[in-house]
Design a protein around this ligand. Sequence first.
Ligand code: ARG
Length: 452
Amino acid sequence: MSRFNEPTDAAFDAINRSLDVDQRLWPFDIAQSRAHVTMLAAKGIIPAEDAGLIHDALEQVAGELEAGIFPFEQSDEDIHMAVERRVSEIAGPAGGRIHTARSRNDQVATDLVLFTRQASLDAVASIDQLIATLIEVAEAHLDWAMPGYTHLQRAQPIYLSHHLLAYVWMLARDRERFRFVESQCQQLPLGSGALAGVNFDTDRGSVAAELGFAEVVPNSLDAVSSRDYILDFLSASATCGTHLSRLGGELVLWSSQEFAFVELPDRWTSGSSLMPQKKNPDAAELLRAKAPRLVANLTGFHGVMHALPLAYNKDMQEDKHYLFDSVDNLQLALAAANGMLDGAEFNRDAMNDAASDSMIAATDLADLLVRRGIPFRESHAAIAAIVRHCVDDNRELSSLTLEELQLHNAAFDEEAIQLLSQQSWLESKQSAGGTALSRVEEQLVDARALLS
Ligand code: ARG
């Protein structure tokens, strides 16, 4: 018997079904059903014999889903209904007891929190891998000079190791964000029923323990209606993706012929169907483009949750669309970043040439005057005049004689010439966190500790 007098419209089925999206939740759905049924029998809510039949059926269902031979039917609206239907087919009338004292509302919330917990741990593991690779590449290029940029104009020289380690610290913070998400997935929703609790003397604590939760959600409405752990995951993914987009953007520039700082591994690039000479940094470009998609997932799902009355609303079924897309694309982005860096060949000469442009030492010349007692603003103006003079005459800073320098400021002495000729400006950045080798080595010690 059904409450309805006519079959559902095909288009309604299409908009209402979530099976295609949510079937990947099956391992969590099976796990929670096992824990639930074990508890129901232990509390005497269902007969032990029936619980046994349901467990056997769940075993078979898991095997069918694992092997990709589960017989889905058009009437299976979502993975929860599909599993329950199949359990009843296999276990007979006993299967009808599996849905005692639960609702799809607390069921889907439980699947999702389990899924998000696992996805957070996976994100942490992939970030660890990328951090390890960045450290390795930094170690292998410890003292390779390159220009540091602001406004994409050559600003001050740095070491490649220093540049790469900047990403390690961004990723370390991303990792903290995913650890936080995982900490938000420690309460069990199951046992809250549709919204108000259930009419049985259940033991939520034992289900929580079996599923690895520290505790149960203390409010049944909150249990079925909150999705903030998903928002947290989407937010952490958006920030991490944005960091990776900056790495991607740099790899696109650096691998261009104009920079020629790096050659990306063949296995992470593609050719052109038209121009045989080309090697395209597609994966780096996609790192750039995945970030706005991850941000869109965050803002999109904020939109879904906005102003929703408590408790469960079907709007929330869309959560999986955003969550799965971010989980998958974040993993792809982390794998691509790792793979490209792992096989990247840096071009020491090209980077060094770009860093040897003596104009890049202008700040160091200004600081020399400061050390000789000239106020910084005055020395800045003197160096600006010198740079202008060089640009007008098409000369390098390093070609200037001491006498020429002294025309601009009498405080210049022999150290200015040494500074320009020896490229000592890299090693002079001795401040904590600076690019001088000793400081980069200190950083590496701290960076390696991130992985222990
Ligand atoms: N497929 C649904 C979802 O993902 C499961 C919960 C359905 N609950 C309901 N009362 N219709 O949100």
